[in-house]
Design a protein around this ligand. Structure first.
Ligand SMILES: [Zn+2]
Ligand SMILES: [Zn+2]
Length: 259
């Protein structure tokens, strides 16, 4: 018997005794969906019913904040009018809540990479919707400090766009005009977790957190930063400050979830 066949039989038996569990509530699920790399394979129907809240009109033209009430047209929010971000425009795929929030936690803190495929698709759709026509030169995942990278084993922001080039080529039959750059921006300061800090504290916490290497890769470039979660935007904004100081022409951000 071939080892492949043995493996298939074994995993079939294994599934019989250990059907997949919902990653949120732990309930056993129907095995039929398990093999597909989809969000349905990770969460039960009950947990999924809260769904992803995709961000559509109306949202802030600058920071991407979703407006819950008021005018139905996109406009600039109070916060951006008062203290504008250094970032150009920020766009997020979905709201940081419900099952998406749980899925991001599993992805980041329990290295649950099976949800990554769903995130990658969401990110690419959002890229096409908001940045496809923009003359982006460089796509840059927000870097982690090397200690954190070592502990986690991966940079979640990079995972979100690792297949962007392939997706672009498959869909549009040509090469994108941008490059993915994971080497020119560094995180030089270990920052404490941002959760629970107010915006001023977050900003201070991040001051001087980033450094640029290879200025020639930054100079006159329109850069699209990538991150998983955007809350106050302090992280992406501080990275943008650093990139603009090294003569980037413009820095925008694309994130998976917007708080
Ligand atoms: Zn569940
Ligand atoms: Zn705004």
């Amino acid at each position: 018997m071939s080892s492949g066949l043995k493996h298939r039989i074994f995993s079939g038996i294994e599934q019989l005794f250990y059907p997949p569990k919902c990653m949120k509530c732990g309930v056993y699920m129907d095995t039929a969906v398990q093999s597909s790399a989809s969000i349905q394979a990770c969460f039960c129907d009950q947990c999924l019913s809260s769904g992803f809240s995709l961000i559509d009109k109306p949202y802030c033209k600058k920071c991407g904040l979703k407006f819950v009430q008021g005018s139905s047209d996109n406009h600039v929010c109070q916060s951006c009018l008062k203290t504008p971000l250094t970032l150009g425009k920020v766009r997020a795929a979905a709201l940081y809540q419900g099952v998406l929030k749980d899925a991001i936690h599993l992805f980041k803190y329990q290295s649950c990479l099976s949800v990554a495929k769903v995130f990658e698709d969401l990110m690419f759709q959002t890229y096409e919707q908001h940045f496809f026509k923009d003359p982006i030169d460089v796509i840059m995942p927000v870097p982690l400090h090397k200690k954190k990278l070592k502990d986690r084993g991966f940079n979640q922001a990079f995972i979100l766009i690792r297949n962007f080039k392939k997706k672009y080529e498959q869909k549009w039959g040509r090469q994108p005009q941008w490059q993915i750059d994971t080497r020119s921006l560094f995180r030089i300061k270990k920052t404490s977790p941002q959760t629970g800090f107010d915006i001023d504290h977050r900003k201070t916490n991040l001051k001087g957190a980033f450094a640029v290497m290879n200025e020639e890769h930054i100079e006159n470039k329109h850069i699209l930063l990538i991150d998983d979660v955007f809350t106050t935007g302090a992280t992406c904004n501080e990275a943008a400050v650093q990139l603009l100081q090294h003569n980037a022409s413009k820095v925008d951000a694309l994130v998976l979830a917007r708080a």
